[in-house]
Design a protein around this ligand. Sequence first.
Ligand SMILES: Nc1ncnc2c1ncn2[C@@H]1O[C@H](COP(=O)(O)OP(=O)(O)OP(=O)(O)O)[C@@H](O)[C@H]1O
Ligand SMILES: [Mg+2]
Length: 184
Amino acid sequence: MIISFVNGKGGAGKTTTAILVAMALREAGHAAAVRDLDPQQTATRWLADSPELLDAGAPIQLLDTPPRLDSATVSTAIREADTVIVVSRPSPCDLFTSQDTARLITNLRAANKTRLLFTNVREKTILARGLDQTAKEIGLPMLKTYLQLRESYQHAVLAGWKALTQEAREEVGRVALAIVTVLH
Ligand SMILES: Nc1ncnc2c1ncn2[C@@H]1O[C@H](COP(=O)(O)OP(=O)(O)OP(=O)(O)O)[C@@H](O)[C@H]1O
Ligand SMILES: [Mg+2]
């Protein structure tokens, strides 16, 4: 199974989300790993001490893509994926690039099996209350679950699953389940 994490916007959260979801799937007993397609090699460097999370032979491959919409690598990752996840912060700064990303995906493949996943969400804020509207403006169905802005997620990409509180683990677990469920 191939799941591609995309957004033309740099810093939207693609690498962090792909790594967290890979960890959650492994915790749930599934052999999942990140395939690093970004020349910046962020995931490869972050996961230097966790080679199992970069296992190219794992049956569930989470593709971490570069922040480029004009790249053949990104187009291929979109076309070849079973599921495409557009990772976006709810910020207005990300809106236009998320819309461009949604348009590119619609041009490259059938509209189903693509979902919007919000990350860096701060609950009880105006932006958090507007997620449904933002998803409409981006033009993609959103996953019902999202990732909050949590400093522990930054620790986890280096220190692993143990860096997360129970609440954070459950949140990532719900997101991982929602992503895998898109295929069913
Ligand atoms: N849910 C989150 N909570 C807190 N910090 C986050 C979260 N998601 C991402 N970050 C932080 O935001 C920054 C950008 O995240 P990340 O590198 O995952 O984005 P990206 O889309 O892969 O960026 P690029 O396009 O440059 O590859 C990082 O410092 C990361 O630690
Ligand atoms: Mg990245």
